[in-house]
Design a protein around this ligand. Structure first.
Ligand code: GTP
Ligand code: SPV
Ligand code: MN
Length: 580
């Protein structure tokens, strides 16, 4: 395989540090994938699943202390601390390399170092970007095969010898005490050691496409966001494209492939986790999905909640940390109402009721093309035109089901003020409310004050700024139950958005936080929902809101002079709206 000298040099340098017994360049072929799978079946990294009901599907069990992203061990390593900003962990580049260098020195001894040239984005797209990562994990290579475009296609997309993000990954000893996920935006470099799981290890995803991607996007004038991309087709056959930011394990995969409960309406999946968005020469915002597959949350994926995903993972899928039935099928909480007898839990032990059978952050890895609702144009090099943006989060209280920002700046304010309850996608406590602006708190590779400013600036570059909406599927009633049925019924909310985008649904209720649908504006036909529940889901309470906005001055204050004033002004406008 032909490579460029800059890449070869970096690979040689890496091999000198990590001392693998051999180096293997990956070509991304099916034969290569099959060889990796066979080797992993032999050494126990993968277990075969039922080849009749789940053909070409495998189970991987990760180390029990390596089951989710570890944000406390994730760093942005810029020369100046203030360029990483107050919401990121920061380490000086030299110190970062010294520390991780100790863990990486000789870390690949006796192992193969795989070199993976990968492309983020469709072949032939000016928006796509190349990375070259090395890893000593065959599971990571197989996963990269599905999540990115590997091989010649990536090398061909390089516009210069050094036009790639370099990523060094080693499992190390998998100990959280010797784990670091380091980003060097000024060197287009990633170092990750000590984890083989998800976003810590599949470097194309969060490390490249979001953290380094966002820093690059700011410099080059585009957006790298933690967003799904969906096309909503109405009964007239018109497709309206939306992108939606939601925190980890908060509904992006579900919404991206939603099966509509409204007749005549359907969704086309373009992406489920990351959107790269550019303004084209006509001033239209366009999005590509930089990924090639889905690394989706398994628990609660069922024929009821997500029929497309359930069907999609019936073949050619690698499951990680799910439970195993006696007939060799994967299982997770919510797949069926009753757990099958004789389950082995995610660690391979006889399952004890009352404990998780599948790990709450267990996942499936599968090619996007297997999704029954994949959009026919999902790999269009020009991307899809975006007419609406959604910010969604997981909040039991206060935040209504849906509302619409007054304008772009107000929408950026709503995104910046987003808070959410934490999930099992990150290690640490679940259900803690934290600020998670634009669902990018863990993924913004630079100072978040500058990120807000970049968002405002993008608004003045688009000819017709997309409408911005805020959603919350997770509000609960006094009985502790979700007020809104969610899943397929979320299409009812999307329908309202599409109508608003095209100038319909004029009956809105104006409140200090934005426009809400009147309860009759939401299509609830065929929905068995008590009117009181919908009213409660759409309720805007001044006292609750004033309290919820209480800590925002402090949050914004941390960014000092980098905090854009127009956003701070929207906060005072909102307060004034509720007070008066
Ligand atoms: P990452 O891949 O971690 O970035 O997350 P994601 O946003 O793609 O998460 P995903 O769609 O897989 O969300 C998973 C969780 O959200 C599961 O527990 C789902 O049951 C829950 N969920 C998704 N949509 C809804 C909904 O409309 N209502 C409710 N109540 N729960 C939902
Ligand atoms: C997330 O945590 O937002 C994910 C899963 O999409 S991971 O790839 O592990 O980051
Ligand atoms: Mn994600």
């Amino acid at each position: 395989m032909s490579t460029t000298s800059v890449a070869e040099q970096w690979v040689d340098e890496t091999a000198r540090l990590t001392a693998p017994s051999r180096t293997e360049w990956c070509d991304g072929s099916k034969a290569e994938y099959d060889r990796l799978i066979e080797a992993m079946l032999r050494d126990g990294t993968l277990l075969p699943l039922n080849s009749r009901t789940y053909p070409n599907c495998y189970l991987h069990r990760s180390h029990p202390s390596d089951v989710a992203r570890t944000e406390q061990l994730t760093f942005i390593c810029t020369g100046r601390k203030e360029d990483a900003g107050p919401t990121n962990n920061w380490m000086a580049p030299a110190e970062a390399k010294r520390r991780a260098g100790e863990y990486l020195k000789g870390a690949m001894r006796g192992r193969t170092m795989y070199v993976i040239p990968y492309l983020m984005g469709p072949a032939g797209s000016a928006m796509s970007r190349t990375g070259i990562m090395v890893t000593d994990s065959a599971y990571v290579v197989a996963s990269m095969h599905m999540m990115t475009r590997v091989g010649q296609v990536a090398l061909q997309a390089m516009r210069r010898d050094d036009d790639f993000i370099a990523g060094l990954h080693s499992l190390g000893d998998l100990s959280p005490d010797r784990r670091l996920v380091l980003h060097f935006p000024e060197e287009k470099l990633i170092w990750s050691v000590g984890s083989g799981y998800g976003g810590n290890a599949l470097l194309g995803k969060k490390c490249h496409a979001l953290r380094l991607g966002s820093a690059q996007a700011r410099q080059e004038g585009w957006l790298a966001e933690h967003m799904l991309i969906i096309g909503v087709e109405d009964p007239e056959g018109r497709v309206t494209y939306l992108a939606a930011a939601m925190p980890s394990a908060s509904g992006k995969t579900n919404l991206s492939m939603v099966v509509s409960s409204l007749p005549g309406w359907r969704a086309w999946t373009v992406g489920d986790d990351i959107a790269w968005m550019h303004v084209d020469s006509t001033g239209q915002l366009r999005a590509i999905n930089p990924e090639r597959g889905f690394f989706g949350v398994a628990p609660n994926t069922s024929p009821k909640t997500n029929p497309n995903a359930t069907q999609m993972v019936r073949s050619n899928t690698i499951f990680t940390n799910v439970a195993l039935t006696p007939s060799g099928e994967p299982w997770w909480e919510g797949l069926t109402s009753e757990p099958p007898a004789g389950l082995l839990d995610w660690q391979g032990r006889a399952w004890t009721p009352g404990t998780p059978a599948a790990h709450p952050n267990s996942r499936f890895t599968v090619l996007a093309q297997q999704c029954p609702s994949i959009a026919p144009n999902w790999e269009d090099p020009h991307g899809v035109p975006i007419s609406g943006l959604i910010f969604g989060s997981r909040r039991s209280a206060v935040i209504p089901l849906v509302f619409e920002a007054f304008d772009w700046t107000h929408g950026v304010f709503l995104g910046s003020a987003m808070s959410t309850e934490t999930t099992a996608a990150i290690t640490g406590q679940v259900g803690v409310v934290r600020r998670d602006p634009m669902a990018m708190l863990p993924f913004c590779g630079y100072n978040m004050g500058d990120y807000f400013a970049h968002w405002l600036a993008m608004g003045s570059r688009v000819a017709r700024p997309p409408k911005i909406f805020r959603v919350n599927w997770f509000r609960r009633g006094a009985d502790g139950k979700f007020l809104w049925p969610g899943f397929g019924d979320n299409m009812r909310v999307l329908k309202w958005m599409v109508e608003r985008i095209h100038g319909g649904a004029p009956d809105v209720r104006e409140t200090p936080i934005g426009f809400l649908p009147t309860p009759s504006a939401l299509d609830t036909s065929g929905l068995d929902l008590r009117r009181g529940k919908l009213d409660e889901a759409l309720r805007v309470d001044a006292t609750e809101w004033l309290e919820a906005l209480g800590d925002l001055d402090e949050f914004y204050g941390q960014f000092g002079s980098r905090m854009p004033q127009p956003i701070a002004r929207k906060l005072s406008d909102t307060r004034r709206g509720f007070a008066g």
